[in-house]
Design a protein around this ligand. Structure first.
Ligand code: ADP
Ligand code: ASP
Ligand code: MG
Length: 599
């Protein structure tokens, strides 16, 4: 007999009929000999409706009252679902987040789970009752018992956390699509269903805008080894398995806050190649990386920050032993990128050997301001200069001088209380995963560029430190290769993306830092398109195909940032959908059958 946690999303419980159908599915699962805990969302668009109601009263509702309001949505569903179960003769009881002991931080609207006390659930399960739990909500520490919510989409997180606490055999997420698809089917109806996806891939996709799973749910599944399946509540099809290696056992105390960083990763055998002052127009990255792929050279990090005037710098790293080949390609292509063939000040190639890439990795850094800042500060205190930065949702990578490598490893391992990973992703042969598993579009971000930041240790630390102090969560961070000497001082640009709503606050916060850079430029007119796949490690040509697809559509790339298993491009907002479609098609991700999206 298995203990199963089943979670039903808003559409799946959107009407009385749907609730009755779901009740039957739950009863069937029990009749097959299983013990079932059910987690439900608010019915249909209830949460959105509650948000609009609040907005009719005030543009600035208090976060405490918002949680008080929004948590009611799920409470309606638990009662109705339990009645529906009882009506068909299935013993059941509804319980709120507080009643099942989902204890969270006292942080309204985005609380993380600290612990779950499953005793009460177990008592009911022992009496052969189905326990129907309100998703998305919790209660702050025992004394003041404040109602909190976990953030929009948080019912997935409630379900997986309960599965971890109850040591459930598996957790099923029932939703309105047949499982996890290669991209959002509302934008690309040809999206294909995946049989499986790794937790690492799903974490990147979920944080990049694939709404089907809350990223924090994936993080818990990975940390606690919860077997996770995403399925349609309209059919019996198997759906998508979200797989992960069996993790080291860990305590359930501090469930979501235990460790933001899992490991430090290091690659000391890298070289950096930069093409300086290439034209800022569609097709340039495609041409460069197309040639490089043609020579079967695998590139690791790729970084392109904001343009200056009408030119851009693109930098990438390769492993040392392919440097000569990569450099030859870059040298050969540079003249073709000059506006006038004789103008050698344009499109210059710069090579630097003896660099190292050092990264911190961990799903716990998602939505938690300050992790990147701590890394930058730690390096600064050890007087290590950061040459380039590229971040993904679950990783921050810095290029530093190789001679600083050992010290960088030591100080970062101490700062985050972790060990150096013996087996970083870059050196793992991932055979099971295709080079690109899925693509995602995030249209809710703004790009902020800080021009001419003094190139000395500590600058990135102070910039991201002050943002973190103000609780602003920074997404992709890019520090480019471009170096300008101003008043005898080398400077570089640092750019990052934040959630649209945080852009204004971020600028205000940055203006309080008077020294160290020239200006802050905000661009709200952006979208981020990303490809994710564990199989792209060691596969030449993936980036080239991505950039090529954008070039064919005449889409200019504003920024590029990569991790081992992800490449993201910032493009103009109005071209985001076109970009997503082109990239999905370029990687031949479309399915034969059109995916049915239930309404
Ligand atoms: P629920 O209410 O069941 O939690 P959500 O609306 O939160 O459902 O998430 C499911 C929706 O996520 C789908 O209807 C789909 O439109 C959207 N979606 C975005 N990206 C993907 C993807 N890669 N795979 C599947 N669905 C996706
Ligand atoms: N009802 C909440 C929301 O709409 C939580 C969830 O459905 O996951 O965000
Ligand atoms: Mg959801």
């Amino acid at each position: 007999m298995a203990l199963i946690v089943q979670k039903y999303g808003g559409t799946s419980v959107g009407s009385v009929e749907r609730i009755q159908t779901v009740a039957q599915r739950i009863q069937k699962t029990v009749q097959q000999g299983n013990t079932v805990v059910v987690v439900v969302s608010a019915m249909g668009k209830t949460t959105d409706t509650l948000v609009s109601l609040a907005q009719e009263i005030t543009a600035n509702p208090s976060r405490r009252e918002m949680d008080m309001l929004l948590s009611t949505g799920e409470q309606v569903t638990i009662a109705l679902m339990t009645m529906a179960l009882q009506e068909i003769g299935q013993a059941a009881i509804s319980l709120t987040g507080a009643q099942v002991g989902i204890v969270t931080e006292a942080e309204y609207s985005r609380a993380r789970i600290l612990s779950i006390k499953p005793d009460r659930i177990k008592r009911h399960l022992d009496k052969a009752e189905v326990v129907v739990v309100a998703g998305f909500q919790g209660i702050s520490s025992r004394e003041n018992l404040e109602i909190t919510t976990l953030g929009r989409g948080g019912s997935d997180t409630s379900a997986v956390a309960l599965a971890a606490a109850l040591k459930a055999s598996f957790c099923e997420i029932y939703t309105d699509v047949p499982g996890i698809l290669t991209t959002d089917p509302r934008i690309v109806p040809e999206a294909r269903l995946m049989d499986e996806i790794t937790c690492d891939e799903m974490l990147e996709l979920a944080s990049l805008g694939a709404k089907v799973l809350h990223p924090r749910a994936v993080e818990i599944a990975r940390n606690y080894g919860v077997r996770l399946v995403v399925r349609s509540s309209w059919s019996d099809a198997p759906g998508t398995s979200v797989i992960s290696p069996i993790p080291k056992p860990r305590s359930l105390e501090g469930l979501e806050i235990a460790k933001a960083v899992d490991a430090v990763e290091f690659d000391g055998e890298q070289a950096k190649i930069a093409l300086l002052r290439v034209p800022d127009r569609p097709g340039i990255a495609a041409r460069l990386f197309g040639e490089i792929a043609h020579q079967q050279v695998d590139v690791d990090l790729i970084i392109q920050s904001i343009h200056e005037g009408n030119s851009n710098d693109i930098a990438f790293t390769v492993i040392n032993n392919v440097l000569t080949k990569a450099e030859a390609v870059a040298e050969a292509i540079a003249p073709a990128l000059r506006t006038t063939p004789s103008n050698v000040t344009e499109a210059e190639v710069m090579v630097e050997t003896g660099v190292a890439k050092i990264s911190i990795a961990g799903a716990g850094m998602i939505g938690r301001p300050g992790i990147a800042a701590t890394m930058f500060k730690t390096l600064a205190e050890a007087n290590i200069n950061i040459e380039m930065i590229s971040t993904s949702e679950v990783k921050v990578s810095c290029v530093v001088a190789k001679e600083d490598g050992d010290r960088a490893i030591k100080v970062l391992c101490e700062a985050f209380d972790v060990e150096l990973s013996p087996n970083p992703v870059a050196s793992q042969a991932v055979e099971v995963s295709p080079p690109v598993r899925g693509v995602a579009l995030d249209q809710k971000q703004a790009q902020i560029a800080i021009r001419h930041v003094k190139d000395k240790p500590g600058m990135a630390a102070s910039i991201f430190g002050v943002l973190a102090e103000n609780n602003i969560s920074v997404d992709t961070i890019i520090q480019s290769q471009r170096c300008r000497i101003l008043d005898g001082m080398p400077t570089r640009d640092i750019a990052f993306t934040v959630c649209e709503g945080d852009a204004k606050a971020a600028c205000q916060v940055l203006s309080s830092l008077s020294d160290g850079f020239d200006e802050v430029i905000v661009d709200e007119d952006i979208a981020k398109v990303s490809i994710v796949g564990a199989g792209m490690v060691g596969q030449p040509g993936v980036a080239a195909k991505f950039f090529g697809a954008l070039a064919t559509e005449n889409i200019n790339i504003k920024m590029i940032a990569t991790s081992e298993i992800k490449i993201s491009c910032v493009v103009p907002k109005e071209q985001g959908v076109k970009a997503l479609k082109a990239v999905h098609q370029a990687f031949e991700l479309a399915g034969i059958e059109k995916v049915e999206v239930s309404a």
